[in-house]
Design a protein around this ligand. Structure first.
Ligand code: SF4
Ligand code: SF4
Ligand code: SF4
Length: 303
């Protein structure tokens, strides 16, 4: 039927637009690569500070400030204000690690993807919840030690985990920091110096292992890291269920064809949510469901 072509075209156009905006954001966040100085863009995204980045994601800044015994007002404001207004919008449209996952998804589209049940989808978020709580507790503990003059002892005890405990294991830090450092350190003339690999320590292999596990999950489950493990996604998911921006379904137009659920990259069971607004912690406001709906039943909602 003719309408089968329309949603596919709309979806392709939307995904192209989103990928373009994600690339622009990636360039904006890495201005140092073009020898342009730091910016003060603090967004709820999975972006560590690297040798190229000109800003830092809110969760990384939060850890850095807590371990320095500074009240993290800026990252908390970024989370709560942007989360209350836009939900997980930045996950779909601005996060570099989200872009990486989308690109891996497109490149491996020939591999069969798996869609866990809604229950599994929500239950596995507890791993991410644990990462958020553990990181906050460890960072605060380090900060307290710094505040009472025990910085040297804390530094010795926590070693590489001292500045930003979760950043050490985060696959985004490995992708955007460890790999560029390994290949780029010293400038283009030292692009690859194989002797550097001799000095790699056990932490590197641990980080590489986490990265490879994340990569395998992402290949088989679209946005697998975003769904269950990313601390930013977990925090923004809680705020996103009450955010002003969202998507909803016009039940007088909906024919229950299920196309919107089929294309949702986060596995949201849209039809099981209240029609007026999808209140899922997984929804990133990517708008794929709006673009694909053949009856224009999916709508952007603000309020
Ligand atoms: S949930 Fe995904 S898109 Fe959102 S900040 Fe984390 S890695 Fe980025
Ligand atoms: S909202 Fe649109 S795509 Fe989703 S089930 Fe209804 S008609 Fe189909
Ligand atoms: S429900 Fe719609 S807007 Fe939300 S993640 Fe799924 S496809 Fe994107």
């Amino acid at each position: 039927m003719a309408w089968h072509k329309k949603p596919k075209t709309n979806l392709t156009k939307l995904r192209l637009l989103r990928t373009f905006i994600q690339f622009i954001m990636f360039l904006l966040l890495n201005l140092t690569f073009f020898l342009i100085g730091a910016t003060w863009l603090v967004l709820p995204i999975n972006m560590p500070r690297s040798i190229f980045s000109s800003s830092e994601g809110a969760f990384f800044l939060l850890q850095r400030m807590l371990t320095m015994a500074i009240i993290p007002l800026i990252p908390l404001a970024a989370f709560f204000l942007l989360g209350a207004l836009f939900g997980r919008l930045f996950c779909a449209w601005a996060c570099p690690f989200g872009l990486f996952q989308d690109l891996i998804g497109y490149l491996t589209s020939w591999i069969r993807k798996y869609e866990p049940t809604q229950e599994t989808n929500l239950n596995l978020r507890q791993i991410g919840e644990f990462i958020v709580i553990a990181t906050a507790l460890v960072s605060t503990f380090i900060g307290i030690n710094v505040a009472i003059g025990e910085k040297a002892a804390a530094q010795t005890a926590f070693d590489v985990f001292f500045d930003q405990p979760w950043a050490v294991l985060s696959p985004s830090t490995f992708l955007f920091t460890a790999i560029p450092l390994l290949f780029w350190w010293g400038g283009i003339e030292n692009f690859i110096i194989w002797e550097k690999f001799v000095h790699i320590d056990v932490i590197f292999w641990l980080r590489l292992s986490v990265f490879i596990i994340a990569l395998i999950i992402i290949i088989y489950i679209p946005r697998g890291w975003c769904r269950w493990f990313c601390p930013v996604g977990i925090i923004m998911g809680h705020l996103g269920t009450h955010s002003l921006l969202g998507v909803g379904r016009n039940i007088s137009k909906c024919t229950h064809c299920g196309l919107c659920e089929d294309v949702c990259p986060m596995g949201v069971r849209i039809l099981s949510h209240p029609a007026e607004k999808v209140r899922s912690p997984q929804c990133t406001n990517c708008l794929d469901c709006v673009a694909v709906c053949p009856d224009d039943a999916m709508e952007i909602k603000f309020l």
